[in-house]
Design a protein. Sequence first.
Length: 308
Amino acid sequence: MENKSHAFIAGIFALLLGAAAVVALLWLRGDDKALREYVVVTRHNIGGLNPQAQVRYRGIRVGKVSEIRLDPHDPGDILVTILVKEDTPLTKGTVAKLAYQGVTGIAHILLIDSGRDREPLPYEKGQPPRIAMIPSMLDELGESATSTLRHAQEMMIAVNAVLNEENRKRLSATLANLEAASAGLRPALENLDGTLVQVRKVLDEKNVDRLSKAMAEVGPLLADTRRLVVQMQAATEKFDVAVGDASAGGTSALMPRLSELASDFSATSRQLGRVLRLLEDSPQGLVFGVPGAAPGPGEPGFKPGGER
């Protein structure tokens, strides 16, 4: 009797355990009727993503991964079949991205609405709609690192091409010339220091005050000069008017008189010149008078040879 009671209790326990297992399985599986099938297409590496991985929409769990396979028509594409709740607002602008959860590194698919197209994603039961996958952060970092290394390699090649043996010799010669030039500039800099000291002495407070006073005196002198120039311009204008005046009182009326005076002065000058030449030849004529002219041939008193 006691063995039968133990068997009865064991049977009830097995039934309860089986029912709990079925309930847990149904809970983990979820409701297939409330899920829709989509296909995520990518050409990037999806390492760490496994079937039954979570599918999240803006961080909220909305489904799971059901299958991962290669596209039979294009082996370069990877097709990831996902089951998503039918009330998830997927649009034509929705994209997928591979994300990693916490420190465990478990990969899951993150659905993001890019906002480019708000039209709902059409769903046909015969052919599930496809969602493009954009590169993950690790993919972007990997591509950036690869590009950076490639650019660094190109730069190193360019640097090696520039710094060849001939250019290194030229650079060494240039550095030597610069060193020699800097050594030559040192005395000039020392002289410049002495010059600056002398300039400071010249431009002390007393000299600056004297220069300021001199500049203050130059101002009135320039003003007087301007006034003198104005007066000279006025006098010049008056002289021009007087020269151009044809009246009897004008300067132009004096021109004939000045011409006559010039002619008389010229005749007088010629006469004075003759007198001076005569006195130079016969200085005694100044006392005894002008000697007479010597008789010519045929005249009384003429003597050959110029004798008198």
